[in-house]
Design a protein around this ligand. Structure first.
Ligand SMILES: [Zn+2]
Length: 128
């Protein structure tokens, strides 16, 4: 059992949910804009120099889009976990994730200890 005050209150949960939904909405409209910008540019630019710039912009946009897609998936997953009542607990050890951490990083699915450990493992893997 966790100490009572480590669980999220309904108000805190509502705040976090609102924040996530806002973020999701703005990400969705951003990516729609990015896609329409991409198609526009492709059709109108003929100059080879412009085209090179366009290509690198396109690479950048695609990379960005990839990052955004991952973030969108994380947000959706967090919202799902809210529905299940799992939100705010660590996926790895089941400990409560503090409200402060969730405000800073609403898509966090691990407590700071597990996250740090996972990152250290990642780092070690990359080293070898
Ligand atoms: Zn944990």
């Amino acid at each position: 059992m966790l100490p009572e005050d480590e669980y999220l209150s309904n108000e805190e949960l509502t705040n976090l949910q609102g924040g996530l939904e806002e973020q999701l909405k703005s990400l969705m409209s951003q990516s729609r804009e990015a896609v329409s910008r991409l198609t526009e540019v492709r059709e109108t630019d003929a100059d080879p120099l412009d085209l090179a710039v366009t290509e690198s912009n396109r690479d950048f946009s695609l990379r960005l889009a990839d990052r955004e897609r991952r973030l969108v998936a994380k947000i959706r997953r967090s919202l799902d976990r809210m529905q299940n009542g799992e939100y705010g607990t660590c996926e790895s050890c089941g400990a409560a994730i503090t409200y402060g951490r969730l405000v800073a990083r609403p898509v966090a699915s691990q407590c700071i200890d597990c996250k740090t450990e996972a990152e250290q493992m990642e780092g070690r893997k990359r080293l070898f």
